[in-house]
Ligand binder design. Structure first.
Ligand SMILES: *[C@@H]1O[C@H](CO)[C@@H](O)[C@H](O)[C@H]1NC(C)=O
Ligand SMILES: *[C@@H]1O[C@H](CO)[C@@H](O)[C@H](O)[C@H]1NC(C)=O
Ligand SMILES: *[C@@H]1O[C@H](CO)[C@@H](O)[C@H](O)[C@H]1NC(C)=O
Ligand SMILES: *[C@@H]1O[C@H](CO)[C@@H](O)[C@H](O)[C@H]1NC(C)=O
Ligand SMILES: *[C@@H]1O[C@H](CO)[C@@H](O)[C@H](O)[C@H]1NC(C)=O
Ligand SMILES: *[C@@H]1O[C@H](CO)[C@@H](O)[C@H](O)[C@H]1NC(C)=O
Ligand SMILES: *[C@@H]1O[C@H](CO)[C@@H](O)[C@H](O)[C@H]1NC(C)=O
Ligand SMILES: *[C@@H]1O[C@H](CO)[C@@H](O)[C@H](O)[C@H]1NC(C)=O
Ligand SMILES: *[C@@H]1O[C@H](CO)[C@@H](O)[C@H](O)[C@H]1NC(C)=O
Ligand SMILES: *[C@@H]1O[C@H](CO)[C@@H](O)[C@H](O)[C@H]1NC(C)=O
Ligand SMILES: *[C@@H]1O[C@H](CO)[C@@H](O)[C@H](O)[C@H]1NC(C)=O
Ligand SMILES: *[C@@H]1O[C@H](CO)[C@@H](O)[C@H](O)[C@H]1NC(C)=O
Length: 529
């Protein structure tokens, strides 16, 4: 199906050497005349039918069901025409298209401005003819299967492009950065998640001052971010995660006053959060997790539009600024595995639909903020390995959305509010290695999702409630080194019909004085079902 008659575009206006050309040419004129009369853009239709036949051969798709010659092509699924009836847009995203995109013919659509084949299984070869699509303003080939394909060596004729998405498509080789010199009107540029050869931050990108969205994540960038990043003042989204970027986050980032989403995670940035970050007051999502950043969070105090703040796995220190407790939109706070000290703001997470806090593995002190489930959306409460004190706030006994509750290895005391034992969606409760007292409440019968209960090395007392047998998802329990009565352990064994494994386990605890007490040594039970 590769036969293609010359389109108007390609009509040879050569001198007519012989009669066969002459007759062909007259035929063509007549043909054009009738085409005009009928008002049908025959060329465009023919190109679309070629597209259909070449992809239909290789794809299991319903995309082309409406593509019948007895219908107007402007009514085909995915096709948009202009008022003159020429095709301006082909949008066939998520259509299970497999095979090779016939760009050689598609690029002959003279009015084509928008091409989207996002999320299909298109493969090599690809782009040799892309340079003919000179009127394209929008090109989306993201999320395809061009695995092992080199990117086209030269795309500089696509000078009208405003939106270019080639992310997550399996491209390899070297991207033709020079071609971007001609794409001065680019608004979105997304090249992330490809296997490009390692490259340093492309200077051509730094001249694209109309960019609002730049995604160069996970595509092999090395070295530092140049100061000229500050030229891209229109940027709203800047995604550079999962590269090998080094050096400090440039202070010029503070010029990008429109930034709403900044993702620098999984790189090798060093130094402090740059002065000037405080000016990015439109910032909603900031992620710099898994770098080597140090210093405090002072610069973040004014970013009160933050919805998500993620800084895990760095070398950050100091207090979490009190201002974070007043951020009205905050839904996610993740600062685990740093060296933070001091107490957490007590109003933290109480304003918006807060659902993740992860402050694990720091040196936080003071009480657990009580209102993080105020809006009833909390799912992950991860505060393990700090030195938090006080009781587990009673408010969490009503937090039915809570799924992970891990406060182990702190200095918490008091009793566990009864409702917590019975939270309907909680999957793991880990309060081990604290100074928690009192009984395990019979509420546990309501904990239908509870799979893992770790409470060893505390001061729990009394008997295990018989109702624990109604927590039907439980498959792992550790209660050793408490003051539970021995009867308890027997009850547990009976209720859970002969667990196959029982192991004694005694962890070292910071407070050795309790070893003197008469602690239950039984124990950890792994229930095989
Ligand atoms: C084609 O897709 C349909 C569902 O859309 C599926 O039922 C069928 O098995 C597929 N055929 C092949 C050959 O993959
Ligand atoms: C793509 O394939 C999936 C699974 O086979 C099917 O459910 C879906 O309907 C297909 N989509 C199209 C547009 O053919
Ligand atoms: C168009 O053609 C297809 C198959 O060629 C046929 O199934 C359909 O009924 C036709 N539709 C109309 C409106 O003629
Ligand atoms: C597209 O289809 C609708 C009915 O589904 C019809 O009214 C309309 O005229 C068609 N448009 C063209 C350009 O054929
Ligand atoms: C491609 O990049 C754009 C912009 O960064 C993003 O919105 C889109 O989700 C990405 N697509 C895939 C498949 O990752
Ligand atoms: C992607 O292409 C490779 C060969 O290039 C093929 O082996 C693989 O099955 C394709 N994957 C999908 C999901 O089509
Ligand atoms: C790309 O092609 C154009 C002509 O279409 C040419 O002027 C330019 O030098 C080429 N660029 C590269 C880097 O090959
Ligand atoms: C760059 O774009 C201009 C129009 O904006 C065009 O005339 C020129 O040919 C393009 N350069 C290349 C190498 O295609
Ligand atoms: C950049 O955007 C402005 C405002 O939208 C527009 O006037 C200008 O033409 C754009 N620049 C280019 C090179 O397209
Ligand atoms: C990052 O770059 C350094 C040196 O430039 C290199 O040793 C290291 O392997 C790179 N890491 C990754 C994940 O590419
Ligand atoms: C923040 O913005 C203000 C006002 O635009 C400016 O004076 C100040 O220098 C900026 N701060 C930093 C650290 O860049
Ligand atoms: C934890 O805090 C308590 C009370 O403030 C203090 O006595 C204890 O030394 C701290 N423990 C650690 C390991 O810092």
């Amino acid at each position: 199906m590769k036969s293609r008659r010359p389109t108007k575009f390609y009509t040879p206006f050569h001198p007519l050497y012989d009669m066969s050309w002459l007759s062909l040419y007259s035929f063509y004129l007549i043909f054009c005349f009738f085409s005009l009369l009928s008002g049908i853009q025959t060329d465009d239709l023919q190109i679309l039918m070629q597209l259909k036949s070449s992809l239909l051969e290789t794809s299991n798709t319903s995309a082309f069901i409406s593509w019948e010659t007895n219908k107007s092509m402007c009514n085909f699924t995915g096709i948009t025409c202009n008022s003159d009836g020429f095709v301006t847009e082909i949008k066939l995203s998520y259509q299970n298209l497999t095979g090779v995109l016939p760009l050689d013919s598609i690029c002959h659509l003279q009015s084509l401005e928008k091409l989207s084949f996002q999320s299909n299984y298109l493969h090599c070869p690809i782009m040799d003819h892309l340079n003919n699509c000179v009127n394209l303003q929008f090109l989306d080939l993201s999320n395809n299967n061009f695995t092992g394909c080199l990117v086209p060596a030269n795309m500089s004729s696509l000078s009208k492009l405003q939106y270019l998405y080639l992310n997550k498509s399996g491209f390899s080789g070297t991207f033709p950065w020079k071609s971007l010199q001609n794409m001065t009107g680019l608004v979105h540029l997304s090249l992330g998640d490809n296997l490009f050869n390692p490259f340093s931050f492309p200077k051509e990108v730094l001249k694209l001052t109309n960019l609002t969205w730049l995604n160069l994540s996970n595509c092999g960038i090395q070295g530092t971010i140049p100061a000229e990043i500050g030229n891209l003042k229109e940027l709203i989204n800047l995604e550079l995660y999962l590269n090998n970027l080094t050096g400090e986050i440039p202070i010029e980032i503070g010029n990008l006053l429109n930034l709403s989403w900044l993702d620098l995670s999984d790189n090798s940035f060093t130094g402090k959060l740059p002065a000037g970050l405080r000016n990015l007051t439109k910032l909603e999502k900031f992620d710099a997790s898994r770098n080597y950043l140090e210093g405090d969070l002072f610069e973040l105090r004014f970013l009160n539009n933050l919805v998500s703040l993620q800084l895990s796995d760095n070398k950050l220190s100091g207090h979490v600024p009190a201002e974070l407790g007043k951020f009205k939109k905050l839904e996610i706070l993740s600062v685990s595995r740093n060296s933070f000290t001091g107490p957490l703001p007590q109003k933290l997470g109480s304003w918006a639909e807060f659902y993740i806090i992860d402050v694990s593995k720091n040196f936080f002190t003071g009480p657990i903020p009580p209102d993080m489930c105020k809006q009833g959306t909390m799912r992950y409460l991860l505060m393990l390995q700090n030195n938090l004190t006080g009781e587990i706030p009673a408010s969490y006994a009503n937090c039915s959305t809570l799924r992970f509750f891990k406060v182990n290895n702190n200095s918490l005391s008091g009793i566990v509010p009864a409702g917590i034992w019975g939270l309907p969606n909680v999957y793991i409760i880990d309060i081990a290695l604290n100074y928690i007292e009192g009984p395990i409440a019979s509420d546990i019968k309501n904990a239908k999702s509870l799979a893992q209960l770790f409470a060893s090395n505390n001061r729990l007392s009394g008997e295990l409630p018989a109702e624990i047998s109604e927590a039907t998802s439980l498959d792992s329990i550790q209660l050793n080194d408490n003051e539970l009565s021995v009867m308890t352990s027997k009850a547990l064994l009976l209720k859970h019909s002969m667990p196959s494994k029982m192991k004694k386990k005694k962890k070292k605890k910071k407070d050795t004085s309790r070893d003197a007490k008469q602690n239950n040594k039984v124990i950890s039970v792994k229930i095989d079902k």
